[in-house]
Every structure is written in structure tokens, then in C-alpha cells.
Design a protein around this ligand. Structure first.
Ligand SMILES: Cc1ncc(COP(=O)(O)O)c(C=O)c1O
Length: 465
């Protein structure tokens, strides 16, 4: 609410705040402009190594990459505490879509830093939470979905937990979940059971039965679609009225960047409607990154969206649901919705996404994807045994390195890291190298520099050792 009678408004209109914002922004822009890609500083090598060892000791295990950020970056570039500056093509696994230390965003965050609390929560929320929820619901329904509600939370796994609780309560007596093979739903006790990875559940009691359904196979479109539909039929017949819902990623993220044509999902969703199984789109990784703000909008599946979750690049996570599924009081609540800065950042990101030219088949996201594809295909033409693919869509880009074994992917990821590009693995059979680049700020020059490094690493003899 904007009113001069509010002290909050008077604080934000204070000329000193505007002046401080200008000074902060100028200092950030000036210092981050000094960054360019470079290797580590030899003098920092020893203390940096020590820090990593201490951190590994405190955490109980070592980090995947020896990454400790210094707190400074610019666009795709990020400075590490060892003095190196690298191209970040994974952005915290899809989180920093706006790039590092975005000066425009930092300006927006100044009022959030001045806000009365660090965290917002269920009992006491500030008006930003309301405005964000309103924007999210409008965006989710812009092409015809009927997602009346949006419950904010602070992690993707928690958004999915809330979604499952809503689904179980809605379909009283249901005890099972349908999911795709290769699904990734998070690492809480429940979502870890849905995630189709045995090593993520070692030692965990299985409390909710999950029935897995094969995903679309691009090599056998018709046959695989029929197999998926038949598996669903069989499972629902075997366990009548037992399924609370079907969770699906429309582009499988952690599973290895697999997607399917609209027709596959339409047939599946229609079958699920007929069987009265609610449909749950997990868009925690896809949100914002395909050719529409939501992948279900790109695939025109709006009418089928009963429950949808988002996270990662939205900074704050959310569970959307239809009014028929609105749970009884007591089921959902949280001390932390998220931090005020995250909520303000989420609002800025949504505005940026919508006001920019990012979506549609000719939008900037598609263009970025195409630039990576062109370069990866050119490397493949030179050395077909070094890279295949690429896969993914929009702001989700992947290639299979060498023979696609997990060892090969790890080797290439570490070689890329050493050479100045941070990426990550997706899938296991084959294991792929994936990028979730900061597409809201990514420049063509940055893409070319990254691809030059990828080419150099993939064509290097060092990979044969
Ligand atoms: C599809 C999907 N669902 C859920 C999650 C879990 O999100 P978080 O790591 O924020 O708990 C992820 C994270 O990678 C994801 O990709």
C-alpha cells in the first residue's frame, strides 16, 4: 500500500535512500566492471585449499567443485575466493538466471534490506508477499489455467511436499503417487521417495508407495506413448482409487533433459482425467526457462494443471492449486515464507521476464539455445566421439560428452571448471553436461567465450589421459 501517512513510505521516499542507492550501484558497477575471466591467484592457493578442507570437515563431505564465491560477479562471470573468475553456466542449478551482482536488481533490493525483518513467514507477511502471489497467479492463468491459489515457500522440495499433502487430503483415502521413471522431486523424506534414484534413499524407510510410469521415448514415439498409457491404466486398475495424483516434469531436469511432444502429454493427461487422477506439473526447474513462463503454457496443457510447483529462478518457491483442492486450515503453514530480499527479487524477475522479449519460438531464450546448439553441433562435426546431442530446450542446454558414462561426464565437468566454465551433470545413462545459463543477462559474447572454452576442452588430448 502506497500512502504518505505510512512511515515506511516516508523512509523509502527519503532522499538519502535514493542517494545511497546511487552510491551503492555506482560502487558495484565500477568494481564488478574490473572482472574478466582468469585463473586462480597463486598466493591464495594455500589459504583457499585450507578453507575448502575446513568446510568439508564442517559439512561432513567435500563440495562437488572447489567453489567458494568471493561475493562479486558480473553477468555470467563470478569471482571465487581463490582469485579466479569463471563463466557460470549452471547458476546454482538454475537459480541466478539474472546473472551475478546484477546492478539493476541490487537497486531494487535496497528497500528490502531496509525492511523491518529479514524473513517473512506465515504469521507475519509484508505486502510484498501478497503482491508476488497476485502476480504469480495472474501469470499462471494467463493462457487459461484455473490455478486459483498460490502458497509461497522457501524451497522446491517444500513446495512439492505441500503439493503432495494437498493432493492426499483432496483425494481422501489415497495413499499412492504416480510419477515418471527418472523423476526428480527433491530430497525431503517424501520427495526423496518420489525421486527415482535409489542412492538418494539409502537407509530411508519407504512410507509412500510410488508407481513409476515410463517416459516418452523419442526413438519409438507411438510405441512408447502406448506403453505409458497402458502402464497408467494397469496401475490404476491394480490399485483402484489409490492414486493421489501424477507428478510430472514436462522437461525432465535432473533426469537428463528429456522432453516429449505436446501430443504425448495430451493423451496422458486426458487418460488421467478419465481415471480421475489429479495432474501435478513440477516446474521447479522448467519455470521461466522454456518458450513460455511455464512449460505447461508452452505445451498448451493449461486445462490439465491441477497443481503446479515452481522454484529456482523464481528465488522463492510456490505451490499453485485449483480451488477444489484448497486444503483445510492446518495442513500448510511455515515459519519462513522466504527472505524479504528473495521476495523482492522474485517480483523483479517476474517483471523482467514479462517485459522483456524472452518468450515465444523467436524470443531471446530460443535464440540463446540456438547459439549453443550451433556451436555444439560444430564441435560434433569436428570430433563426433567427443560430444553428442545437444539436448534440452530454451534455457536448459545439455550435451553428452565422450561415451556418456558418469566418469566421462565428471572428467569433462572438472576439465571445464579448471578451464573457467562451471556446468553440472544431468542424468546417468547417459550422463550429460548441462547448462542452466543466466539468460536474463547473458550476452552473445559470453556465449561465444563459453563455447570457445568448451571446444578447447573437448578437443584437448588431456581428456584421453
Ligand atoms: C524438478 C525438480 N523438482 C524439485 C526439485 C527440488 O528443489 P529444491 O532443491 O529447491 O528443494 C528440483 C531441484 O533440482 C527439481 O529440479
Amino acid at each position: 500500500m502506497d500512502s504518505e501517512s505510512l512511515i515506511a513510505q516516508q523512509l523509502l521516499s527519503d532522499p538519502r535512500v535514493a542517494q545511497a542507492t546511487e552510491l551503492l550501484s555506482a560502487a558495484l558497477t565500477e568494481h564488478s566492471a574490473k572482472l574478466s575471466a582468469r585463473g586462480p591467484d597463486a598466493e591464495l592457493a594455500e589459504p583457499y585449499q585450507k578453507w575448502l578442507e575446513v568446510f568439508a570437515q564442517l559439512r561432513g563431505n567435500a563440495l562437488f567443485f572447489p567453489y567458494l564465491g568471493s561475493g562479486v560477479g558480473q553477468g555470467a562471470l563470478v569471482e571465487l575466493a581463490d582469485g579466479s573468475v569463471k563463466y557460470d553456466m549452471i547458476t546454482g542449478i538454475g537459480v541466478h538466471a539474472m546473472g551475478h551482482a546484477n546492478p539493476e536488481l541490487v537497486r531494487e533490493l535496497v528497500p528490502a534490506v531496509l525492511a523491518d525483518t529479514v524473513m517473512q513467514g506465515n504469521l507475519q507477511q509484508n505486502s510484498e508477499s501478497l503482491l508476488l502471489s497476485k502476480h504469480l497467479v495472474t501469470l499462471a492463468n494467463q493462457k487459461g489455467a484455473s490455478l486459483d491459489h498460490c502458497f509461497l515457500t522457501s524451497s522446491g522440495a517444500m513446495a512439492n511436499e505441500n503439493a503432495f499433502k494437498i493432493l492426499f487430503q483432496h483425494k481422501a483415502g489415497s495413499s499412492r503417487i504416480l510419477a515418471f521413471e527418472n523423476a526428480f522431486a527433491g530430497r525431503t523424506h517424501l520427495t526423496g521417495q518420489v525421486t527415482d534414484r535409489p542412492k538418494n534413499r539409502v537407509g530411508q524407510p519407504l512410507t509412500v508407495p510410488v508407481d513409476y510410469v515410463p517416459f516418452y521415448d523419442a526413438a519409438r514415439p507411438e510405441e512408447s506413448t502406448q506403453r505409458t498409457l497402458q502402464t497408467v491404466e494397469n496401475l490404476v486398475r491394480r490399485y483402484p482409487d489409490a492414486h493421489s495424483g501424477f507428478i510430472m516434469e514436462l522437461v525432465q531436469g535432473e533426469g537428463g533433459y528429456y522432453s516429449a511432444p505436446r501430443e504425448f502429454f495430451v493423451q496422458l493427461c486426458q487418460r488421467l482425467r478419465g481415471l480421475e487422477v489429479p495432474i501435478f506439473f513440477d516446474e521447479i526447474q522448467t519455470f521461466g526457462r522454456t518458450h513460455a513462463p511455464f512449460a505447461f503454457q508452452m505445451l498448451e496443457l493449461d486445462e490439465f494443471a491441477d497443481v503446479v510447483t515452481i522454484g529456482k529462478m523464481s528465488q522463492i518457491c510456490a505451490t499453485f492449486f485449483r480451488k477444489e483442492l484448497n486444503p483445510k486450515p492446518g495442513l500448510l503453514s511455515q515459519t519462513f515464507t522466504s527472505s524479504t530480499t528473495a521476495i523482492v527479487a522474485a517480483r523483479w524477475i517476474l517483471r523482467k521476464m514479462i517485459d522483456g522479449d524472452y518468450y515465444g519460438p523467436d524470443g531471446r531464450i530460443a535464440e540463446i539455445h540456438q547459439r549453443f546448439v550451433a556451436r555444439f553441433e560444430a564441435i560434433h562435426a569436428q570430433a563426433p566421439d567427443r560430444i553428442s546431442g545437444p539436448w534440452g530446450i530454451g534455457g536448459m542446454v545439455a550435451f553428452t560428452p565422450l561415451d556418456g558414462s558418469p566418469e566421462a561426464a565428471k572428467k569433462v565437468l572438472h576439465a571445464l571448471y579448471e578451464a573457467g566454465v562451471i556446468a553440472f551433470v544431468a542424468g546417468a545413462g547417459p550422463a550429460r553436461v548441462r547448462f542452466l545459463p543466466p539468460f536474463l543477462s547473458l550476452t552473445d559474447d559470453e556465449i561465444e567465450s563459453v563455447c570457445d572454452i568448451v571446444e578447447r576442452v573437448l578437443l584437448s588430448d588431456a581428456l584421453d589421459q
